[in-house]
Design a protein around this ligand. Sequence first.
Ligand code: HEM
Length: 504
Amino acid sequence: MFATFFTCVVSALLIYYLLTKRRNRKLPPGPARYPILGNLPQMAKAHPFGYRAFHKLSEQYGEIMSVKVGLQEMVVLSSHKVMKAILDKDEVSGRLWTGILEDRSFGKELGIAFSSGDLQKQLKTFVIKALREFGFGKSASMESIVELELECMDKRLRSASKVNGGKVLMERFFQPSLMNVLWTMMAAKRYDHDDPKLTKLLEINSGWFQTGSFGSGIITAFPFIRFLFPEWTGYSSLMHGNRKIHQFARDIMQEHRSRGTYKTDPQSFVDVFLREIDNQDGDLTTAFTDEQFMIICYDMFQGGFETSSNTLAFAILYMILNPEVQTKVQEELDSVCPSKKTPILLSQRTKYEIAKLTYTYATLMEAFRMSNILPISGPRKAMTDYTYDGYVIPKGTAITFNTYSVMRSKETWGDPDKFRPERFLNPDGGLNSLVDLIGISWGHGRRSCIGEILARTTVFMYFTYLLHNFSFRRVHDTKLPTTEPIYGIILSPQPYELIVEQRS
Ligand code: HEM
């Protein structure tokens, strides 16, 4: 029975391989492909982490490389130049939607992060506009929300510094706080940092990210495999997580509907979206349905704070590993900003004191570069054949951009694996143009990240406030924590302990 089934699967894959075998001779260069497995053997040999495997292979095949990940045809972009040249083109503005991405949205292309086409375009514009009403992307309003959250973070760290010798476990430590910043605008709601229901949900969310890898995992290679081996591939736990997060979104919807005030006095994005659903009079062909709402909520829940909080946790980790950098940042903050208790506003970058915080800013850019928490984002998809520099990217091909290759390029940085903020400074102490390269972390073009300003603002405000008011040290007589990430779609630091001390 199993032998027959196995023979059928292998024969089907072989036929598929022969039919789809490099018909297009103008594909970008890439390693020779094996039947069925494509380039999986070379990738596995290059590195167990997909993005590092792509990086190694691209050193051999170039900044635009063609690979076959199991059954999936893929083009990998590996330089800043080629990313800037291609990512803003309409032809590559789709998003690959397979495997775990189908499962998270009821098998339909919904939401704004992983869908393609006109509906996605319409929804993305609507979401940004609606969120702006509640402060999103508007520096002054966003910053006042962050200020409130910083007050709570301050209390939390001050009490932590007084017990157990100030020892704190950094494991999803910043997530509830950064979720509150976004959820104030999304749903006019904030959560207690110790809320057990939220803690569980955040754990599930991190688990979701750690099960997969965009562009290179086994489910990307052979999407059907998740049904055959649900436990081994993590499919069962992903589905469990999906159900929990769907329920979370459903509860929000119900809560706001039963309150009813969304019709006359909308207080958040959720209210505005519900009002729009009402305006459609139950027409399920529009962009405004309950299911769309749930998946947009899911998009925001997933993209909106795991990213920034992991970056911040890495930034603090780099501070305990590089105490001399931490001291220099603190000295700069002390000399430029007299009041520790007043958070520093990124929107006032041109103001006298921000312009003088160049070492601090360079340190943060170095933390963004080294942590690079989303090395491969949800892959794009070519909507039509697209030609670049004589190479053809055929319709339907997945296009990934590997920012690890930009952030760890030897050619650009010289010593890319070293934490060295000075690389962003001119001899006169001003910032140099290398800071511009960090921007590619948020993508480029019409599919670029909607949360870039929020992420830059929150991470800057948290980082400066925390270092101005506290010092973070390694726990003596223990092994130094590693900067090797937990592998997944979004990279996170491995849980580590530190000592927090209040600064006078
Ligand atoms: C350090 C923080 C973050 C990083 C590095 C990051 C990175 C990215 C990248 C690389 C993309 C894909 C861009 C492309 O294809 O060109 C993306 C898309 C997206 N991000 Fe972020 N992001 C961050 C924070 C956020 C935040 C705070 C939010 C929510 C407020 C957010 C929401 C989204 C959404 C909804 C998309 C999908 C946009 C689309 O497909 O059109 N992200 N992000």
